[in-house]
Design a protein around this ligand. Structure first.
Ligand SMILES: C[S@@+](CC[C@H](N)C(=O)[O-])C[C@H]1O[C@@H](n2cnc3c(N)ncnc32)[C@H](O)[C@@H]1O
Length: 531
């Protein structure tokens, strides 16, 4: 590779990157996961990789499977120097970035291959294996990936790596697996990816790959309050691993906060422990990392006492959810309207009483259209509803995924009202609960902005006998600490927390059993066996 020590190209790259970003809408950038790595961060990552390989790996054969404008190649030039980089290749799907990278870096020896990396890696035309990969892959979420494409990627990942990727995984999981298959044995890779996989079920296969198939050296998680990419709304982790099977006694350096070079917290976690850990964001245990799980999985959990289910996804709240008064003035038949709670943003109280019709006693009463009659019958019997349903076409909502799947398309998922609900998105640090628990004494159901908690087993029996204890149940839910909720849930960039039904179900219910020991009956393994 020719000698190349020209920093002005990096300044030009930044200007071109900003210009291309500006030309695109947020939706376009999300579709291809186009959030560039700030150069300082790319340099930090390259420096760390350099510290690992030292002088052992003489010449570098660099690759970035989604090169963008080449932030990582630029960093590699800065850190390794052009003399040490023997070959360099970048793959890029978007022609504007591929052209930019080529124009900027061809003189420095970067070969840019234009196309879809996941296809290029699968066919014989793939460039020779690199020994260093630095990557920030597209963070495209699974629901933005077409079904056929997802199935193709699942088959390919299985064929090339033996890993069975869960359909909920984002594109970055496939990138990491496929690029590692491409990487030379003993090569080093550094990945800047969302940290979500560390906690969720769909991340299990990737975690297994990282503990058993490669030697994970470092996992540095950024503090979600310190967003790396202002607009990408995810918290990120840098993974550095060597493509070689791990030693039995291997331990991984987990760090958190600050920078790669100066993290706020650090701990060595034995591989064996990682293999048994459901959540990886609890490492390193440190006051600054508040993601510790308190439930050890042995004592009673909320899932023993409550069935937790997400509220309904209507497919288009703007269309299906109306003000009760508006529905009435349109003459919509009450039989096909159900009370529904407003978005948590507009719900000011955590105790909801009901009026004589079961509607919540709140400022804005809402209802959701839920009808199972076939269209000809609606047309014949309920002209007002029919007229309203006709307006859906002009709103362009009929092509939506959920609506397209339902029959009839205006029939909602069926849910009974739940006595307790929990909001599932929220902020909060230290002891402040990021989510609110609501005691619902009305007939209203919730949309999918709520988790619905249906009492079950001994708790349901107890409340039937002692309905007056519902208030204390609500109070106990209110005492679940912010630490516990954040520990079980997951966190996004900017400190936004989210909790899924199965995660809420795993929260300790010890305080319930302490107050009402008879509830403990259900949670004894033997009780379950005979239950
Ligand atoms: C998160 S950006 C990172 C760009 C660059 N590596 C960096 O660190 O600044 C991901 C890049 O992947 C590109 N991309 C998206 N899908 C791709 C695919 N299937 N094959 C190759 N590149 C892809 C996007 O156009 C975008 O430039």
């Amino acid at each position: 590779m020719i000698a190349y020590e020209d920093n002005s190209v990096e300044s030009r790259r930044q200007a071109i990157q900003a210009e291309i970003d500006m030309r695109k809408t947020a939706a376009e950038r999300n579709r291809l996961g186009q959030f560039a790595t700030p150069n300082a961060l790319a340099i930090d990552i390259a420096r760390y990789v350099e510290s690992i390989i030292g002088q052992t790996q003489g010449s570098i054969r660099f690759a970035d499977p989604s090169i963008g404008s080449g932030s990582f190649f630029s960093a590699a030039l800065t850190v390794f120097g052009s003399k040490r980089i023997n070959t360099a290749v970048g793959v890029e799907l978007d022609p504007s970035f591929a052209d930019a990278a080529r124009n900027l870096w061809a003189d420095a020896g970067l070969e840019v291959v234009r196309g879809d990396f996941t296809r290029i890696v699968a066919n014989g035309s793939c460039p020779p294996p690199p020994n260093v990969i630095l990557a920030n892959p597209p963070y495209v979420r699974h629901h933005h990936m077409g079904r056929e494409d997802k199935e193709r990627l699942q088959r390919l990942a299985y064929k090339m790596t033996g890993v069975d990727v869960n359909g909920l995984a984002g594109l970055y999981v496939y990138f990491l697996l496929l690029a590692t298959a491409w990487l030379e044995d003993d090569g080093i890779a550094a990945w800047l990816i969302p940290s979500e996989f560390m906690d969720v079920n769909y991340g299990v296969a990737l975690k297994g790959f990282l503990t058993d198939r490669v030697t994970l050296i470092r996992a540095h998680r950024f503090d979600p309050d310190d967003v790396q990419f202002g607009d990408a709304l995810v918290s990120s982790v840098v993974l550095v691993f060597r493509k070689t099977p791990p030693a039995v006694a291997h331990a991984v350096e987990f760090t958190f906060g600050g920078t790669l070079a100066e993290p706020h917290a650090s701990d060595l976690i034995p591989r064996e422990r990682l293999r048994e850990s459901r959540k990886w964001t609890v490492y390193p245990a440190h006051a600054k990392n508040d993601r510790h799980t308190l439930s050890d999985g042995k004592g009673p959990i909320l899932g023993d006492l409550f069935r937790v289910q997400r509220g309904i996804a209507t497919g288009c709240n703007k269309f299906f959810v109306l003000d009760r008064a508006d529905a009435k003035s349109r003459g919509l038949p009450g039989k096909y309207l159900r009370p529904i709670l407003p978005s948590p943003r507009y719900l000011k109280t955590t105790i909801i009483d009901a009026d004589s019709d079961g509607y919540p006693l709140i400022d804005r009463q809402l209802c959701v259209i839920d009808c199972n009659l076939p269209e000809p019958m609606v047309e014949a019997k309920h002209p007002a509803l029919w007229e309203y349903l006709q307006t859906a076409k002009s709103l362009g909502i009929m092509d939506g995924y959920l609506i397209g799947k339902r029959s009839p398309w205006y029939k909602q998922e069926q849910r009974e009202p739940a006595s307790f609900l929990c909001t599932y998105l929220g902020r909060g640090s230290d002891d402040k609960q990021p989510f609110r628990f609501i005691w619902n004494r009305s007939e209203a159901i919730g949309t999918n902005l709520y988790l619905m908690l249906y009492t079950q087993n001994s708790l349901a029996t107890m409340l039937r006998r002692h309905p007056g204890r519902a208030e204390a149940v609500h109070a106990l839910l209110g005492q679940v600490t912010g630490h516990e909720l954040r520990g079980e849930g997951r966190v996004y960039g900017g400190g936004l927390n989210k909790i899924e039904p199965s995660e809420l179900a795993r929260i300790s219910a010890a305080s319930f059993v302490k107050l009402w020991p008879e509830l403990g009956y259900d949670v004894q393994p033997q009780g379950k066996l005979f239950g």
